[in-house]
Design a protein. Sequence first.
Length: 461
Amino acid sequence: MTKEFDLAALLAERGAERYELHAKYLNHQQPRMLRTIGFDKVYERAEGAHFWDADGNDYLDMLAGFAVMGLGRHHPVVRKALHDVLDASLADLTRFDCPPLPGLLAEKLLSYSPHLDRVFFGNSGTEAVETALKFARYATGRQRILYCSHAFHGLTTGSLSVNGEDSFRKGFAPLLPDTAVPLGDLDALARELKKGDVAALIVEPVQGKGVHEAPPGYLRAAQDLLHRHKALLIADEVQTGLGRTGMFYAYQHDDGVEPDLVCVAKALSGGYVPVGATLGKDWIFQKVYSSMDRVQVHSASFGSNAQAMAAGLAVLSVMENEEIVANAAAVGDRLKTRLTALVDRYELLADVRGRGLMIGIEFGRPSSLKLRSRWTMLQAARKGLFAQMVVVPLLQRHRILTQVSGDHLEVIKLIPPLIIDTDDADRFVDAFTEVMEDAHNGGGLMWDFGKTLVKQAVANR
C-alpha cells in the first residue's frame, strides 16, 4: 500500500538535515557561506516582521527576503485568499479561456499608474525585465538597451545584459547589445541616443546596489530625451515598487515621470506565490501582439496562474485597507532621521540615504589612527568586510537580520517588511548604536571576527 504523503512528518523526520541537504544537492557554497559568517541559524516559524528559533528567541527581519515579504510573513488576508482560491477548485491554466483573476489584478495594478494600459504576467522580477526588454526592442525596431552603472535587473541572460556588476556578467558572454551610462548623467545619455540605435533606457529609481537614488529631475529629463529620440523609458520597480519608498512607485517621487514600461514583482507575491508583471502602454502591446498569428509570441507557462493572481489581489487590498504606503513613509522617516543623527557621532559611519523603507547605511575610512589602521587591514583583504562585521553582531547579539547591499560595498541596506512599526525601528537603531559604539571602542569580539573574515577573504583569492 502506498504511504500517504505527510509534509509535517517529513519535516519532523528530515528537517534537521537542512544544511547537509543543501550542501549535497543544491548550491554547495550557500551553507559554507552561512557558516563562515555565523548565519547558519535554524528558524522554526515566522509571522509579520519576526522569526523565532527553536528556543523561542525572537528575531527582527530587516531584510524581508530581499523585499519579497512586503507585508511580512503569513499575512492573514493573503493566507485566506490562497485558501479560498484552492478551495474553489478553479479550472486554472487551461490556456484556452480568459479567467477573471488576471484581468482583475491587471485592472487594479493599472489604477496606480493610469498612464499605462496593459499588463503581462510572468513569474519573477527577472522575467518582468526580460519582457520589458523584448517589448522595447520589438516596438522600436532597435536592438541596443542602455542601463545605469551599478544597476541590478536580474540574472537571466537578457537581464544580465543590463546588469552593472561585472562579477555577475563574467563568463556568460555574449550578451545582448548594451551600454552603461552613469546614473544621473544626462550628457552621457544624450551621446548614446544620438547614435540612433537605442531602444530603451532601463533604470531603478533607487538602485538596490548601494541604495543610490536618481537625482531629482533626472527621470523626467531622461524621459524627455528618450522620447525625442524615439526610445523608451523602462522603470524597474521590482524592489522599489508597491510602497517600498513611501510612494506606490518610486518614479512617482518625480513630477511628470510616466515610464513606457514598468516592471514589478517581489512584494506583489505576498511572499507566497512567485509573480512578476510588466505594465506598458497600449501601443507597445499592440505592436508585439499585432495579429492572431502572434497571440503566443511572448508567454509564460505559469503566468497568470490563479494562486499568484489571488495573492496579488489580496496584497493590493491589504495595502489600501491598512495604509501600508503611508506606514512605509512614516516609519522610514523615523528610521532614517534617527540613523542620520548618528553620522556625526561615529567616524566609521559615512552616510545614511534612501527613501521610505529602503535605506542605505554606508561606512567609510575613519580619521583616528587606531581605527584607521584596522579599517585599512580590512580593506586590503577585501572591500566590504567592515559592513559584514556590523551585520554579524546585529544578528548574533541583537537578533536582527540584515545584510550588505552588494559585493565589495561598505553599505548595509535596510529593506524590512513595510508593516514594521516604530518599536521595530527603534529596536534596530538602538542595536545598531550599540554595535557602532563597540566598534569605535575597539570591542574585541567584533574586531576578532574581522580578522576571521580577513583570513577567509585571503583564502578565497
